[in-house]
Design a protein. Structure first.
Length: 224
């Protein structure tokens, strides 16, 4: 029996250590998921979404204090000519951001706006409460003076995390309800009604009686 008990205890300890190992690994994976580095790929379309070309990549950490970075090349002469053609037809310049575990996040801005800004732009990534991208927004920025090389993108990346909304002050409401309940029990409830609202059941019958007496008074006097 002693050998069997020691064997069972050893088995239980092995299972416990195995579960702790899995639990610790899950916690580390969860922490890494919240604070880890995320790499996203970028593509753009110069024909209203019919075809897409690689534009580069951007990386950021899910930590709020992180600064996103972008790696991208310049636009070729052919791509710039396509962008000018989009502008002449009042069409849009499209981008697409995607990565592992998320879908295609697309956005656009007028092609003429990109040309007038000399390819100065801002890409805003919106994150959910877990730090995963859920939307992207592209906007051309004001360019102070023409750049010497318009083929070079001037990109700023902004990461917008989800913020908690205002919560109701339940503690103050409960305290107010308790105070009103205490006043009702002790009979100290204040009555803020007007004089007529308090005593209308006495005023109305009195007014009716007075009206009846005033209406019947002259007839009775003429009969006598």
């Amino acid at each position: 029996m002693g050998v069997e008990c020691r064997r069972n205890i050893g088995t239980l300890m092995s299972v416990s250590l195995l579960l702790l190992g899995f639990g610790g690994g899950w916690c580390l994976a969860s922490d890494h998921d919240m604070d880890g580095e995320m790499m996203l790929r970028m593509e753009h379309s110069l024909d209203m979404g019919e075809t897409w070309e690689s534009r580069g990549s951007l990386a950021f950490s899910k930590s709020r204090s992180s600064v996103p970075s972008i790696n991208q090349g310049s636009m070729s002469e052919e791509s710039l000519s396509k962008l000018e053609s989009l502008c002449s037809n009042n069409q849009l310049y499209l981008i697409k951001v995607y990565g592992e575990g998320i879908g295609d996040l697309q956005s656009y801005t007028p092609a003429c706006a990109m040309l007038s800004s000399s390819l100065a732009e801002q890409i805003t990534l919106f994150l959910d409460w877990r730090g995963n991208p859920i939307a992207a927004n592209l906007a051309a920025r004001n360019s102070f003076g023409k750049k010497a090389n318009i083929q070079k993108f001037d990109t700023r990346i902004q990461v917008q995390s989800m913020e908690n909304g205002p919560t109701p002050d339940t503690a103050a409401y409960i305290q107010k309800m308790e105070e009103e309940k205490s006043r009702k029990i002790s009979g100290k409830t204040e009555d803020n009604r007007s004089f007529f609202a308090k005593y209308w059941m006495y005023i109305v019958p009195l007014c009716v009686i007075m009206l009846m007496n005033s209406a019947g008074g002259p007839e009775g006097g003429g009969a006598r």
